[in-house]
Design a binder for this molecule. Structure first.
Ligand code: HEC
Ligand code: HEC
Ligand code: HEC
Ligand code: HEC
Ligand code: HEC
Length: 476
């Protein structure tokens, strides 16, 4: 009887654990705490993802490898950048970063007494940080988390409580579901709460600037273009269904919590080959496509299709190459567009497979050459300097260079080279669009020069063009 009333008590506590939220919350100003002190969440009640993993084993392992787990001081890149930000701009700026990167510190009101080595600053976006979001606003980390009545830490440490909890889930699965999911979790607006980022003037000191807005791009595309084969939700691409015997699986499938995107750096630092492979496979699954739009050998000529151009040794060849964003649900690249490396490389060979020209090849220091054709955005701060230390989120005021490819759009780039006089035709140009999460120069800064495994260069797309020359006779 005591057992039953205890369980009932827990069940009731669960059912009444809905948050008390102010009806009209003030507009989010990152410098100001958005909640009243009585609404702070006990950090202990948002941690303990391992506890969920006792039953949701696959989901736990996927999440454990994901960037959501490493969103915080447990991510060396974030740790370095945010530490510098706090040094330069003060603690209130950290409250802005914490809105998205450190939900536990944000929700517990502990952004002003940061201890970077405490578990709270290293737990990342835990299961409960997402699964206890009750309400969302319009981006910049505007969401409300309410604490669950049950305590994952207490449960982990106390076998009797843990057993009672298990029995309760078995008896009243609807209660567990009700406490841990909301119908809007699958919607893109939910993800946009943290994935739409505008630097406010209170942070950059000048005027607001929008850095990322995948949701806005996806949403506008759906409103303006009908009948297109484009998934409407972030989870359709970033949480694909994968087989699992998880207790919550539907028809043997769960939503992958690996959240594959483009971060090949974190799994490299973590030496997590599985996650790295999943991300690299996602990236090389045909998200961008290359097409030769036209070729010419003299500036006064019109561009023509490759076969029709009589290229010969000594010619200066110009190739118009169209790079199309085929599969991303937003611009390519997106997110950390300031620090991603997406660039085109070209190798031209002659009939004897001898390399005649190489463009955009990584040099001995591992750097992408300065004249390579890149896809991304460069921002400047109020002094006109590039924000090239990932200080974009705190300092960017304007865009200096922009070469991202819009959603379902394309960008045409021009590749020019001179064929050496003694080369044997026909000539073959191999174009590759490459991806690297960060440049080695940036990584050296993050790790203060300490040795780190080199970041992978992932080919996203490639294309081969053979140029028949006028002298070429073997055309059959
Ligand atoms: C003792 C085992 C157990 C533990 C521990 C556990 N769960 Fe569950 N969970 C289940 C079972 C069983 C279901 C399926 C309930 C049903 O629908 O029948 C479930 C369902 C869910 C669902 C709902 C899935 C849906 O249908 O939408 C979510 C979300 C969830 N759990 C999250 C969590 C989180 C987060 C934690 C850690 C705080 C956790 N669970 C801890 C067993 C557990
Ligand atoms: C970034 C936010 C986020 C984090 C972190 C997160 N989840 Fe989820 N979870 C989701 C979303 C979104 C869904 C899918 C909701 C839908 O389909 O409507 C989901 C679905 C689930 C489900 C239902 C089964 C499925 O996969 O379809 C379970 C169970 C679950 N999560 C458990 C967990 C556990 C356990 C953790 C931590 C190890 C966790 N989640 C971390 C957002 C998150
Ligand atoms: C609480 C805030 C928050 C929510 C909610 C959230 N994210 Fe994230 N997400 C982040 C942060 C912060 C990062 C970057 C972590 C890092 O690298 O430091 C991230 C990273 C990612 C990445 C990895 C990007 C890469 O470069 O590999 C993907 C993909 C992603 N999120 C998708 C989603 C989807 C889909 C949803 C909705 C179901 C979602 N996120 C909900 C905060 C959030
Ligand atoms: C149609 C599939 C699709 C949809 C829908 C989609 N994405 Fe993506 N996303 C991709 C692909 C492919 C990439 C890798 C290429 C890139 O970076 O653009 C990616 C990359 C990302 C990245 C990593 C950015 C980087 O370059 O470092 C983030 C963050 C992200 N998506 C967030 C979102 C959010 C948030 C939504 C929903 C509003 C969303 N995505 C919807 C396909 C999709
Ligand atoms: C609106 C939510 C949001 C805010 C606010 C925010 N970020 Fe981020 N941040 C993200 C997301 C989402 C990503 C991942 C994007 C991607 O992978 O392309 C990210 C990525 C990063 C990364 C790269 C992490 C990695 O794994 O390589 C760093 C560093 C970073 N942010 C620093 C900061 C700092 C410093 C601040 C505060 C000045 C800040 N961010 C504020 C959402 C936010």
């Amino acid at each position: 009887m005591r057992m039953i009333s205890g369980l009932l008590g827990m069940a009731l506590a669960y059912a009444f654990s809905q948050p008390v939220l102010a009806d009209d919350l003030p507009p989010l100003d990152p410098g100001v705490k958005p909640k009243e002190a009585h609404e702070w969440v006990d950090p202990m009640k948002l941690g303990g993802s391992e506890y969920c993993g006792h039953c949701h084993t696959d989901i736990f392992h996927q999440w454990n490898a994901s960037t959501h787990h490493f969103s915080s001081f447990n991510n060396p890149v974030y740790r370095k950048v945010v530490t510098r930000t706090i040094e330069r701009k003060g603690q209130p700026t950290f409250a802005f970063c914490a809105n998205c990167h450190d939900p536990i510190l944000k929700s517990s009101g502990e952004t002003d007494k940061l201890d970077a080595d405490n578990w709270k600053a290293n737990a990342g976006i835990t299961c409960l940080s997402c699964h206890r979001i009750m309400e969302i606003g319009a981006g910049n980390g505007d969401y409300r988390i309410a604490e669950p009545t049950l305590h994952p830490f207490a449960l982990s440490d106390n076998p009797t409580l843990a057993k009672a909890h298990k029995t309760m889930i078995e008896l009243t699965p609807w209660l567990h579901r009700r406490v841990l999911t909301k119908p809007f979790y699958g919607n893109p607006e939910y993800c946009a709460a943290c994935h739409s980022l505008t630097v406010p003037s209170s942070i950059n000191g000048l005027a607001p600037i929008s850095l990322t807005d995948e949701f806005g791009q996806l949403h506008r595309r759906h409103q303006n273009v009908h009948g297109e084969d484009l998934p409407g939700r972030c989870i359709d691409c970033h949480m694909p269904e994968v087989p699992s015997n998880d207790p919550a699986a539907k028809d043997g499938l769960i939503r992958s919590h690996r959240f594959a995107g483009s971060n090949t750096a974190l799994p490299t630092f973590n030496r997590d080959l599985d996650q790295r492979e999943v991300v690299e496979t996602f990236l090389s699954s045909g998200i961008v496509a290359l097409r030769v739009a036209g070729v010419r050998t003299r500036p006064e000529d019109p561009f023509r299709s490759g076969e029709e151009v009589p290229a010969q040794a000594g010619d200066h060849v110009e190739i118009a190459l169209e790079v199309r964003n085929v599969r991303a649900g937003h611009q390519f690249p997106t997110g950390t567009v300031d620090s991603n490396e997406a660039w085109l490389s070209t190798i031209v060979t002659d009939a004897n497979a001898r390399a005649l020209v190489t463009l955009g090849q990584i040099d001995e220091q591992g750097l992408v050459p300065a004249d390579a054709i890149r896809f991304g955005t460069r921002f400047v701060d109020a002094a006109g300097n590039f924000t090239d230390r990932r200080n974009t989120t705190s300092d960017a005021v304007s865009i200096a260079e922009d070469s991202v490819i819009p959603i379902r759009g394309s960008r045409t780039v021009f590749v020019g080279f001179t064929i050496p006089a003694n080369a044997a035709s026909p000539f073959t140009a191999l174009f590759t669009l490459n991806w690297r999460k960060y440049s080695p120069a940036f990584i050296a800064w993050v790790f203060d020069g300490r040795d780190t495994p080199p970041l992978p260069v992932t080919p996203l797309a490639s294309l081969r063009l053979t140029l028949p020359a006028t002298t070429s006779i073997n055309r059959n």
